[in-house]
Write a protein that binds this ligand. Sequence first.
Ligand code: ARG
Length: 400
Amino acid sequence: MAQRVVLAYSGGLDTSVAVRWIIDQWGAEVVCLAADVGQGGDFEAVRQRAFAAGAVEAKVVDVRAEFADEYFLPALRANALYEGKYPLVSALSRPIIAQHLVAAAREFGADAVAHGCTGKGNDQVRFEVGVRALAPDLEVLAPVRVWGMTREDCIAYAATHDIPIAQSKAKPYSIDDNLVGRAIECGEMEDPWARPPADIWELTADVADAPRERRDVVVTFAAGVPVALDGVAMPLFELVEALTRAAGAYGYGRLDMVENRRVGIKSRETYEAPGALALITAHQDLESITVERDLMREKARLEPRYAELVYDGLWFSPLKRAFDAFVDSSQEFVTGDVRLTLEPGRCSPSGRRAERGLYDYELATYDAADAFRHEDAAGFVRLWGLSVETVARRQGGLGG
Ligand code: ARG
């Protein structure tokens, strides 16, 4: 059995109970690691709660910039949307937390790491596969998966063991929060027909309360990296935050979907990710003017697969690494500006420009400046259709 365990600690009920439970049931020392991935909140209070629960050490790491640059950015450049919609909010935070769990295990001489996920979700998969990919020698423990306690049992356990728990807002939801967005599940939303309650949203306004007048924001990219908003250069994590506020105020960025979890369950999920979705929209649009046709089409075929790998916990894998190399190579000329127009409930591109873009006015125009060689078209089109024309001549018309 493990002697010293680094626990991924959120400060919530489950992970606070897990601290004491690991000590009591498994006789190991517990080091708590809390990662600031942009979820907000009071991390000093989280640290104190870890000690109060019995941790021998509690560490907070601010990984917001690293999360934006090393985790969100590759997914953005891949336009990664799981099942065509979900910008991988939680799926992106698990590998970075896994990486910091491993680093803390080395720092504190631990022989195991632990997480507070249940056995029904994707997050256990991401933590465990991530840790094993980085440190196959470490044991991975999942107390919540084995303890068989209900929420009420946990509250009672905390009370008898004097474990301080955060003021519960009496909302029955399971929420995961980070820079990229928020995931809200459970409660009445377990009925997929039930409308999501109005009070679950924090990053997005109700469309009815959105400003009526449009607003434009210009996103500048350099080689597929968002570098400025309205001409003001800023680090990516600040840019995501700023765009989250801007687009969220217009009620843009909510998702309500039933998705396929890795473990085979269909689950109803709601998300809000206004900044991330706005950036993917802008990035895709800039690619339309800067990326050559065949490269763009092949990349589009890989994008859903990329999202699946990340969703399924294979962030650290040879295929994901190879995809990153492909995506990286595709981004060399994705440099320029996209104007996004915000309207109630919407965020859409209304202009794009790129100095080394492939849009050639003299080829595209119908005006006098036209440089397209019209005489080439007739022969090209005849040969393009020659095969079906031959079928029509020899085998009969193809009109059905
Ligand atoms: N279903 C989403 C995913 O697998 C969100 C998970 C959110 N986690 C949570 N503890 N609420 O990425």
